[in-house]
Design a protein around this ligand. Structure first.
Ligand code: BJW
Length: 256
């Protein structure tokens, strides 16, 4: 299917990215290889219950991943740059809007130049204080930048308690951020593009259905068909660094 010929002027695009877009930048995907981190199932480390039971273990998981994304080897790849260029050009070319929603907690979209990024699962370089935050108010909590490790001695600069800071990550059972913005964009979307996500985690995995029920076309770009591949209008399979720039080049080329 040639998506380009179906995109009319003033079309709105919603792009959802997952761990696969950052794989070629040197960041391991969430469910990579055996799905284990130091013999713990990754799903079991990314929960509020795990944090209450063993905060040091959970902080260690995120401390390691924070230092990994800050390492000199980790850089945006051509897929991140192509999306930043799309954001910059789309309004002028088409008159519509392009919204980037990422499940990723790294900062590679911003480093590639994307300005308007929704981090629905939070950000690894931010933290908040559980003592200063009302229960279930993670989204509106005061966020602090963090580049170093967090441990039981890290002090909150506001309440001066120690051991109360946690990474600004949406864990299983918590409500993802900016759901209202996502729902509005999916309602008004003409093309939904999903990149590098396995389609296992909701609500993100259900976005394709929401967009299609509102009349959108949809495409996925992934190494292999995702868990909900059969729902998409079309799919392009291969490394994101190659397939995303190809797709965006076609989408933004003048009609022949
Ligand atoms: C490449 C590539 C290359 C590789 N090029 N591609 C039963 C049924 C349905 C739902 C539930 C259920 N039981 C519980 C739930 C809800 C639960 C859920 O979905 N659980 C599932 C496991 C079933 N969801 C939640 O709890 C969410 N909250 C919620 O639902 O609240 C209720 C609510 C919602 C809305 C409104 C009101 C109320 C919260 C989910 C939070 C997820 N958090 C995590 C961890 C934190 C971040 C972190 O530590 O990294 O977010 S989980 C983890 O999965 C992480 C990711 O963002 C997320 C998605 O993973 P992703 O990105 O798809 O990565 P992978 O590794 O799975 O896949 C990578 C893909 O890339 C693969 O397909 C590769 O092939 C591909 N790839 N290299 C292109 N080079």
């Amino acid at each position: 299917m040639d998506i380009q010929n179906f995109i009319k002027p003033e079309s709105n695009i919603v792009i959802l990215t997952g761990a696969g877009i950052s794989a070629e930048s040197g960041i391991q995907t969430f469910r990579a290889a055996d799905g284990l981190w130091e013999n713990h199932c990754v799903e079991d480390v990314a929960t509020p219950e795990a944090f209450i039971k063993n905060p040091a273990l959970v902080q260690n998981f995120y401390n390691q991943r924070r230092s990994a994304i800050l390492s000199a080897n980790v850089k945006p790849n051509p897929a991140h740059y192509a999306l930043a260029e799309l954001e910059e050009k789309w309004g002028a070319l088409n008159g519509g809007e392009a919204l980037l929603i990422t499940q990723n907690i790294d900062n590679l979209h911003e480093r590639a130049g994307s300005r308007n990024v929704i981090h629905m699962h939070g950000e690894l370089l931010k933290m908040f204080c559980t003592n200063c935050t009302l229960p279930m108010q993670n989204e509106t909590a005061k966020k602090y930048d963090i580049q170093k490790d967090i441990d039981e001695h890290t002090l909150c600069s506001d309440c001066h308690e120690s051991g109360t800071l946690r990474p600004d990550i949406v864990w299983f059972g918590e409500i993802p951020y900016h759901m209202d913005v996502c729902a509005r964009a999916l309602q008004n979307c003409d093309l939904f593009l999903s990149i590098g996500t396995s389609g296992n985690v909701y609500p993100a995995a259900g976005f394709v259905q929401e967009a299609m029920l509102a009349g959108a076309l949809s495409a996925e770009i992934n190494l292999e068909p995702s868990a909900n591949a059969s729902i998409f209008s079309t799919g392009f399979y291969g490394p994101a660094s190659q397939k995303v720039p190809e797709f965006i080049q076609k989408l933004t080329a003048p009609p022949s």
